[in-house]
Design a protein around this ligand. Structure first.
Ligand code: ZN
Length: 190
């Protein structure tokens, strides 16, 4: 299948505007297909990235640090693959290093790289945990995502304020009760 061009994408947006019941030729909407097509490039940038590559550069001089590393409140902006509506929330990511750590901004970039695709939250959570597990080979990984799904809160069953929480815990964060509780406490915040 040939990759659609920007004008193909704009034509598709025009169809959706008409499908919604409006006139794509009226003044306020004339430039909308172009804006939407361009905003898609940004919102779905994850397809052009390899989030795993952000974890490639690690630091081995950790001074014997062997406690949890947790980054809380990473903003998540994603789109549910069932309705293409926004999923907005926060991710908390942690791991128990073996001998390597990564720069903390890299954890956020991994989250963004996987989020900026059509996703379901369960898979997004698992994708992040798997990438960290494969590349850092830590003693364990924890990923918790709490997010509001527009497809539920703006339409359908219409449950404003409801949040979906997903988590993936591996290794010591799953098996060792003390480590698990500590991660969940740190992820929950003050
Ligand atoms: Zn949905």
């Amino acid at each position: 299948m040939a990759k659609p061009t920007e004008s193909d994408a704009e034509a598709a947006v025009r169809v959706l505007i008409e499908w919604a019941g409006d006139d794509p030729d009226r003044e306020g909407l004339v430039d909308t297909p172009r804006r939407v097509a361009r905003s898609y490039r940004e919102l779905f940038r994850g397809y052009e990235e390899d989030p795993r590559s952000y974890l490639a550069r690690t630091f081995e001089e950790v001074g014997g640090y062997d406690e949890l590393v947790v980054l809380r409140d990473i903003r998540v902006v994603s789109f549910c693959e069932h309705h293409m509506l926004p999923v907005v929330g926060r991710a908390h990511v942690g791991y128990l290093p073996t001998r390597r750590v990564v720069g903390i901004s890299k954890l956020a970039r991994v989250v963004h790289g996987f989020a900026r695709r059509l996703q379901i939250q369960e898979k997004l959570t698992a994708d992040i945990a798997e990438a960290i597990t494969d590349i850092l080979e830590p003693q364990g990984v924890g990923v918790v995502i709490e997010a509001e799904h527009s497809c539920m809160t703006l339409r359908g069953v219409n449950t404003p304020g409801s949040t979906l929480i997903t988590s993936r815990l591996t290794g010591a964060l799953r098996e060792d009760q003390r480590t698990r509780e500590e991660f969940l406490r740190l992820a929950r915040g003050p």
